[in-house]
Design a binder for this molecule. Structure first.
Ligand code: G3H
Ligand code: 13P
Ligand code: ZN
Length: 314
């Protein structure tokens, strides 16, 4: 069942975070639904602009609608990830997406507010919810001074003003994480001090943590042992999700980790079974491994086991 993120956040806020997972193809879609059903978790299925063009937006929509029929017990939101304004409006018009992200974080504050406001107005008129981003995600290096690092992170006072001016439903904050498989350069982690200040100023507003893949070291080692070259890859400590959730992080975005599962499964299989050329063989292994991975993440996020409680409040 497709719901808005608002409904999911209402139940989760301050207690646990909902996993937001990107999809690009059939195998990911099947593994994603299976993993969430196995762990009895509500979830957010997110689609990037890149995914919409790779798999064709109509193909993605058809796949998701069909997955909803195959797994009728599922409860999920369909969310546009990192949308530009044009794509947001297209998704709002489509009637399929229950949530969109307008990412105008590269704009100066006023431009970000204006673009976000236009998307919020169009979305709310149709009962669709909006996530926006403030601050600069992208990695704070360890050699950078505290003042410089804080300048790249979301400013808590600006966040309060941004939320007031835009009426946005959730806010993605830059709190030290970055996209991809190479996060942090040393002993850094999530900047909980910044997160705390944001929550103090915006109590009750769901916060979103992008760049939340944990890049498991055993996964990286397996990929490298099977011919990969991901030296120095590292990510967020998944044991910190619970602390972030208590501070208002209600949506946690994970994409890279799923790509690592895909990479490990395929590299190992082609290394160990060089005679295989049937695409269904690695595809079958991947779907099962991806489902296992999703169920594990949901345990760490605290969303596992919450499906029936969420159904009861819908
Ligand atoms: O934050 C970006 C997501 O990982 C989606 O990546 O734009 O390559 O699909 P993508
Ligand atoms: P990762 O690259 O850490 O998986 O982050 C994904 C993300 O933020 C999608 O919006
Ligand atoms: Zn992101």
């Amino acid at each position: 069942m497709i719901v808005t993120t608002k409904e999911l956040f209402k139940h989760a806020y301050g207690k646990y975070a909902v996993g937001a997972y990107n999809i690009n193809n059939l195998e990911q879609t099947m593994g994603l639904f299976r993993g969430n059903i196995d762990s009895k978790a509500p979830f957010i299925l997110q689609i990037s602009k890149g995914a919409r063009s790779y798999a064709n937006k109509r193909m993605l929509e058809a796949m998701i609608r069909t997955a909803d029929e195959i797994f009728p017990e599922s409860i999920f939101a369909v969310h546009l990830d990192h949308g530009d304004e044009e794509t947001c409006h297209e998704c709002i018009e489509s009637g399929f997406y229950s949530s969109v992200m307008i990412d105008a974080s590269h704009e100066p504050f006023e431009g970000n507010v204006a673009a976000t406001k236009r998307v919020v107005d169009a979305a709310h008129a149709k009962g669709i919810v909006v996530e926006a981003e403030l601050g600069m995600l992208g990695g704070v290096e360890e050699h950078v001074s505290v003042a410089e690092a804080d300048a790249k992170l979301t400013d808590p006072d600006e966040a309060k003003e941004f939320a007031r001016l835009t009426n946005v439903d959730s806010l993605a904050c830059a709190i030290g994480t970055s996209h991809g498989a190479f996060k942090f350069s040393g002993g850094q982690s999530i900047h909980f001090n910044v997160l705390e200040e944001i929550q103090k100023r915006l109590p009750g507003l769901p916060l979103v943590m992008h760049g939340s893949s944990s890049v498991p070291q055993e996964e990286v080692a397996k990929i490298n042992a099977a011919g990969g070259d991901l030296k120095g890859a590292r990510g967020v400590d998944e044991n910190q999700f619970a602390r972030a959730a208590k501070l208002g992080v209600t949506k946690v975005n994970i994409d890279t980790d799923g790509r690592l599962v895909w990479c490990r499964v395929h590299r190992e299989m082609f290394r160990d079974e060089p005679e295989v050329f049937d695409l269904r063989k690695p595809g079958t292994i991947f779907m099962a491994e991806y489902a296992k991975f999703i169920a594990h993440k949901n345990e760490k996020l605290g969303s596992a086991g919450k499906l029936e409680e969420v159904r009861a409040i819908l």
